[in-house]
Design a protein around this ligand. Sequence first.
Ligand code: PGA
Length: 253
Amino acid sequence: MRKPFIVANWKMHKNVAESVDFVNQIKDKLPDPDKVEVGISPQAFALHSMKQAAGDSGLRIIAQNAAAEFSGPFTGELSLRGLRDLGTDYVMLGHIERRRMFGENNAAVNKKVESALQMGVTPIICTDETMVQKVVNGEIHYVFQQLMDVLHGISLDQIKKVVISYEPSWAVGVGQHANVALAEEGCRTIRRTIADNYTYEIADKIRILYGGSVNPDNIKALMAKPDIDGVLVGRASLDVDNFLKMANYLDED
Ligand code: PGA
């Protein structure tokens, strides 16, 4: 059974005081952490204070990016060692905005994924690409080349630890209703890509999140799909009421 995972991606919003205040407003209203996992990815400078504010509420604190290198002359970068020491639960890697605006390519994301696994900070690997055809055991399969490149060299043992997100470029930040059928198709294709490259057992266990214009009105329909195990929410996660509705989607009518 894959535990649902609701993730807020705050991007470049909220200062430290606003971030901590948000946590204080939600922490007693979150779902049972044994049933639903909930996390927030704030700006880097708020990670520490949010971690402290979250206490034992079960709220996961997630970094938005990190460098592949553990230390050295990399001005402006964020080290995985530092994130681990801070108790950061997850790190998002290869988000579409990092790829589009900061030129991150598959090779760079691949190195970051390896480093995060080595440092023990669980990566949420973000993918956004359309599918390509591949022949596997004589059958035509649709697979994500981008995902395969990003997972290059990642072992059977390591892959079990990652979370993957599917955020098609046509859906991120546009504020329209997510196309539930296409969201499911993308997540199912990712699961199949994992099955083709690793094993069916691993593909069956790995969590795949959908991202792109998720909001309190469409979350239930998305989460009802068999291959969507969670969501990555940008804009709609910035408001306390909306966020709580999504975190508690199982209880909402
Ligand atoms: P959005 O962003 O929900 O505002 O579309 C999602 C994301 O970029 O993770």
